[in-house]
Ligand binder design. Structure first.
Ligand code: HEC
Ligand code: HEC
Ligand code: HEC
Ligand code: HEC
Length: 183
């Protein structure tokens, strides 16, 4: 009897907890890298947009149309890697997001964009919010901003990637670095 009550209690906790969490996650929409560009492109601020554009991450979708990609896909029985979940899960930002969460500027062509690493930006994109986050007045996660760490990179840079060789976090982080210059 005691066990059954415990079971009931956990079912109730789950029933309340899961929808609440799903609602939270569902609030944050993908706005696309060109939106971030508005405020993150000046050299004086660290030129994050052009650094990303020059990196391989911005070409990740395009890569899936290459001969090499087609060859890999064929061996796995995949017709079009640019449409296959097995490939876009690591090559496209927000690949599985509900269409209602994709803003007008969102584009699969952006490949692995800002929001793959920093989280969907609809709720943190305003200057006011971004400044409040930097000042420590808002908890970043409450508006969807993710702090990118090693675990995030390893979510894609692992041996599930058909072309994976190895991943050195420190070196890789240096390669894609786009810090805000110290004042
Ligand atoms: C309207 C202007 C604006 C837009 C649009 C914008 N940002 Fe920002 N962002 C800022 C400002 C201002 C800061 C604070 C910089 C500072 O404190 O020096 C900031 C800071 C950040 C930080 C550092 C936050 C921290 O932890 O201190 C990240 C990461 C960031 N932005 C990512 C993004 C991404 C990704 C997008 C697009 C989804 C984006 N921003 C869109 C203005 C903007
Ligand atoms: C959503 C998946 C995803 C995440 C998260 C991700 N990457 Fe990548 N990364 C890729 C893909 C896909 C490529 C290859 C793109 C291409 O070549 O078209 C890549 C390429 C790179 C490259 C270029 C490799 C080379 O040969 O020069 C570096 C460096 C890199 N990533 C670093 C990082 C770091 C550091 C992090 C974490 C902060 C990270 N990545 C997070 C998917 C991801
Ligand atoms: C688990 C994440 C992941 C999956 C799934 C994935 N990739 Fe990638 N892909 C990466 C990463 C990370 C890179 C960058 C270097 C590396 O680790 O191979 C990459 C790089 C590539 C490259 C460029 C290799 C080079 O030498 O520049 C091709 C082509 C590619 N992937 C094709 C595919 C195809 C086709 C699929 C689907 C069958 C696929 N990938 C699935 C993460 C992934
Ligand atoms: C592959 C993952 C990845 C992508 C893509 C990416 N970033 Fe970042 N970003 C990082 C990492 C890692 C850091 C460093 C975080 C740290 O040191 O705590 C960072 C830091 C930042 C910072 C803060 C710098 C500082 O000095 O505080 C800003 C602003 C930022 N990114 C904006 C952007 C914008 C805008 C884009 C797209 C144009 C973008 N990022 C794309 C991983 C990424």
């Amino acid at each position: 009897m005691k066990l059954f009550k415990l079971f009931l209690a956990s079912v109730m906790i789950l029933a309340f907890a899961i929808p609440a969490f799903a609602q939270d996650a569902a609030k944050f929409g993908y706005i696309g890298a060109t939106k971030c560009k508005t405020c993150h492109q000046k050299d004086a601020d660290g030129a994050q947009f052009s650094k990303w554009l020059d990196s391989k991450h911005s070409k990740a979708y395009e890569t899936l149309a290459s001969e090499e990609a087609k060859k890999i896909a064929k061996e796995k029985g995949i017709a079009d890697p640019q449409k296959a979940k097995e490939c876009i899960k690591c090559h496209v930002t927000g690949y599985d997001a509900d269409a209602s969460l994709l803003g007008p500027k969102y584009a699969v062509e952006e490949g692995v964009s800002c929001e793959s690493c920093h989280g969907p930006g609809s709720e943190y994109k305003s200057k006011k919010t971004m400044k409040a986050i930097s000042a420590g007045e808002i908890e970043p996660a409450s508006v969807g901003l993710v702090k990118p760490d090693k675990k995030l990179c390893l979510g894609c840079h692992n041996d599930e990637s058909p072309t994976f060789v190895s991943f050195n976090y420190e070196e890789a982080k240096e390669k894609i670095a786009h810090p805000v210059p110290k004042q």
